[in-house]
Design a protein around this ligand. Sequence first.
Ligand SMILES: Cc1ncc(COP(=O)(O)O)c(C=O)c1O
Length: 435
Amino acid sequence: MKEKTKMIRLSEEHIPEAWYNVLPDLPVPLAPPLHPVTREPITPDDLAPLFPMGLIMQEVSQEGYIEIPDEVREIYKLWRPTSLVRALRLEEYLKTPARIYFKNEGESPAGSHKPNTAVAQAYYNKKEGVKRLTTETGAGQWGSALSMGCNYFDLELQVFMVRSSYAQKPYRRVLMETWGGKVNPSPSEATEFGKKVLAEDPDTPGSLGIAISEAVEMAVQGDDVKYSLGSVLNHVLLHQTVIGMEAKKAFEMFDDYPDMVIGCVGGGSNYGGTALPFVKEKVDGSDIRLIAVEPTSCPTLTGGRYEYDYGDTAGMAPIVLMYTLGHDFVPPPSHAGGLRYHGDSPIISLLVKEGLMEAVAYHQVEVFEAAMVFAQTEGFVPAPETAHAIKAVIDEAVKCRESGESKCIFFNFSGHGMLDLSAYDDFHSGKLSDV
Ligand SMILES: Cc1ncc(COP(=O)(O)O)c(C=O)c1O
């Protein structure tokens, strides 16, 4: 039997020197974000109370590549480049002729792709004299990543963690606190908006939209405080493009190339980071398939409307053109807390709208069944969010088995599930249901 390569680990010098900016390569320009009060196109000055100018400029940049500062690359070296792994055991289990590969972003200290932007955002805030950041987190992956980033740049951090996840994932809070972050369950008594939501519904599970409103409210109250968002925005997807760029390099070494690029989508950052470096060729006519995967309980791309909507529940964040379920939609609690967002990245939304990207949705139980297959073949226990991508991968690989086609399927393993074991426990004991 000819031995097959299982894994490519690039070396440090392959960490990209610049992030890839998809904006100049989009088939049509992005619609401008609007001011939440005036509904006029927003200016950099309007955004200045929330973000440092370095990030605001990246948000609108038309440069094809944006240099990664040395300070950020140095910290990336703690875990980057991440491995590109051929899922040979999964292929064998599925008896598929497909070649399946995954990029293991679960190798980061926080356990997901989120530090790729957390470190960059902490850096730009520090550079402009910011002392404290506020943010929201769903399942706690983003909050932990930003805690880690703030730790390296000596910034304080206040995290608003969606209440249902706060109860489900206590160890994520401990991880955030270990890196120095302060965590409030959201809605909280720490903000006027949080108090209002609690007064109306003391038992609310919370949502990312509510948590964003609280973090924004706290950020606009001080001069040296700013807000940080872990997904959705252009600059966040930009920072994540190290995933797709490293993958392309590693594919050269495998002497292979994807026919499909798959990833789960909450706000669109891990999937954007994975798929955007393949968009130019798609626009130019390649038949590579870009497939975004979401939960049926929060079906933004597959069931939402493409329209201008607020990024948060209170209507304080900019209004953007995206697929949305409505900013007051509170998704039912599920174990994929990071996918419970009413909207989606404007870039991802535009690519779906233009037919360059496909979207599929899956139920929770079938997603955990896929996670079990993956854990028992490839060993790594996926985060519930990541397991959505795995479900789509398995479905595509099974189609290949039926058609006899040997396609190359690439997906992003956005995070490990070692702090999501209570969800697996619910699955094992039959307590998990579709929501
Ligand atoms: C492991 C993991 N994957 C995916 C996501 C979804 O976010 P995004 O769509 O921004 O990648 C999250 C969000 O918390 C996550 O923790």
